[in-house]
Design a protein around this ligand. Structure first.
Ligand code: CTP
Ligand code: CA
Length: 223
């Protein structure tokens, strides 16, 4: 079921959403990125705004425009998202980590282009793990609700839920929204199919449809 946008059940609430895919620089012209379009995060921002919330969108790389009325903080890298969300979450009623955060960044960021002639036929990059922003945020026990997302290449919904329960236990957030991804599903499309777990691992909601409708279903559960 979808709440009508006229229902202002988030009036007076502050919602912080991270969205899009981070890009970790290698040199001034190159980065390591991922296939996140930011559509689900932006749909959440649009849905929360229409329900009366004050919305801050911490935007990594987005393939879609942000609706007017949403406050945008540009955060191209995982480190930028970490700084912005840690700060914004302090005053948020709901923080939703929909961004696809790079798990690794380059150990070294060159200030000049990596030149082809400077290597042989192979180039070895050393990557270092980024801090887990969501786990850190959940551990800091902010005032509001903390929601994570997890995209998994699971073969079935049962496997998706098993992976989700294990991830939820590792992250310590209040809710985890799961969806399946593959080479052909989950990215860039206007539709999504999700299962939402609460802290103890219970399934609180399942939704399939347009990303905006899925966003409203997620917000319904949080309300
Ligand atoms: N996340 C985060 N900081 C990171 C990596 C991920 O805050 N360095 C957040 C994402 O924004 C998402 C949640 O953690 O809300 C789950 O991300 P996911 O990539 O599914 O989980 P990981 O713990 O990175 O595990 P893996 O990629 O190995 O499945
Ligand atoms: Ca990851």
């Amino acid at each position: 079921e979808v709440v009508s946008p006229r229902v202002r059940d988030l009036a007076g609430k502050r919602v912080v959403i991270t969205a899009g895919g981070t890009r970790e620089p290698l040199d001034p012209v190159r980065y390591i990125g991922n296939r996140s379009s930011g559509k689900q995060g932006v749909a959440l921002a649009e849905a929360a705004l229409s329900r009366g919330a004050t919305v801050t969108l911490i935007a990594a790389h987005l393939d879609v425009p942000v609706p007017a009325g949403v406050d945008v903080i540009e955060a191209p890298t995982a480190a930028d998202v970490a700084r912005a969300v840690t700060d914004a979450a302090e005053t948020a009623d709901i923080t939703i980590m929909a961004a696809a955060i790079a798990d690794y960044r380059s150990a070294e960021v060159r200030h000049e282009k990596i030149k082809k002639e400077s290597t042989g036929d192979e180039l070895t990059l050393t990557l270092v793990k980024n801090p887990d922003i969501l786990a850190g945020l959940a551990a800091s026990r902010p005032r509001g609700i903390v929601v994570g997302f997890a995209a998994e290449t699971a073969k079935s919904e049962d496997e998706l839920i098993d992976l989700g329960r294990a991830k939820l236990a590792r992250k310590g957030c209040d809710f985890l929204v799961l969806n399946r991804v593959s080479w052909s599903e989950g990215f860039s499309t206007d539709r999504n199919s999700v299962v939402m777990l609460s802290q103890g691992g219970d399934i609180v909601m399942k939704a399939s449809g347009e990303k905006l409708d899925v966003a409203h279903s997620i917000l319904n559960s949080l309300v």
